[in-house]
Design a protein around this ligand. Structure first.
Ligand SMILES: C[S@@+](CC[C@H](N)C(=O)[O-])C[C@H]1O[C@@H](n2cnc3c(N)ncnc32)[C@H](O)[C@@H]1O
Length: 230
């Protein structure tokens, strides 16, 4: 499948937006803080990777790499970090390196790591691109292609899922029961998930796929978010 790159635009307040989906890449209330609240804390990270040999995170939708950069920072700053962190992320419409630079300019706290990510950024070609970072202790597998086509071919034991598609009404395939069942097949025992969406169809689909769910207080304007254990 040929890749159609993302079409990145910015709203008046600077929030990055996708012209293909008509949705924002992260909340208007602050991307880095949302990443830490929803995806890291929602999966009980950094605690769960501490003193482990290896820990595997899988994300649905790499986007601008915001969640990845927040995770890399937390891992790097943690003296008890796992020996190896594997971060697998699937992306149907990757962003050009020029657009990544525009988006990353909004997050000075990640400037140093974001520059490294852009240095390693692969060509926008279908398939898995493995980036070895932090002297090989951080492995980023960027899968460029449709998640529904790519995941069945993946061999992984995932400890934590970051569910971060666009809103379910704009991006329904990333919140569908068949997709959640693909995630369940990749779940290691005790795998957790976190997402900002508490939509009824998301909760029903995840439960059907075998995840036990719990609502927690959401970030900024959102009353609730969702976490789960497989
Ligand atoms: C909300 S954005 C992700 C933001 C990202 N996690 C970050 O930290 O910057 C959702 C992403 O899902 C991607 N996406 C949508 N449908 C997809 C599909 N079927 N397969 C893979 N990626 C998809 C979009 O292109 C977009 O980059």
């Amino acid at each position: 499948m040929a890749i159609t790159p993302a079409q990145l635009t910015f709203e008046a307040d600077g929030t990055p937006c996708s012209a293909l989906y008509g949705d924002v890449y992260h909340t208007r209330c602050g991307g880095p803080a949302q990443a830490r609240h929803v995806f890291l804390a929602g999966n009980n990270l950094p605690q769960r990777w501490q003193d482990q040999k290896r820990f595997v995170i899988m994300e649905t939708g790499f986007g601008l790499g915001l969640n990845f950069l927040a995770t890399w920072t937390a891992w790097q700053d943690d003296p008890q970090r796992c020996q190896q962190l594997s971060f697998i992320s699937v992306e149907k419409h990757p962003v050009s390196v020029e657009d990544l630079a525009k988006a990353h300019a909004a997050w000075p706290e990640f400037a140093h790591l974001a520059a490294q990510l852009r240095q390693h950024w692969p060509p926008l070609e279908t398939g898995t691109h493995r980036l070895l970072l932090a002297e090989g202790r951080l492995i980023l597998d960027l899968i460029f292609g449709d998640a529904l086509e790519s995941l069945p071919m993946l061999d992984a034991q995932v400890n934590a899922f970051y569910l971060d598609g666009f809103a379910p009404d704009k991006n329904p395939e990333l919140w569908s029961v068949p997709f959640f069942q693909m995630l369940a097949k990749l779940a290691a025992p005790g795998a957790t998930l976190a997402t900002w969406s508490v939509a009824g169809e998301v909760r029903r689909g995840l439960s059907e796929a075998g995840f036990k769910l719990e609502k927690r207080p959401g970030f900024a304007g959102k009353r609730q978010m969702l976490v789960g254990v497989y």
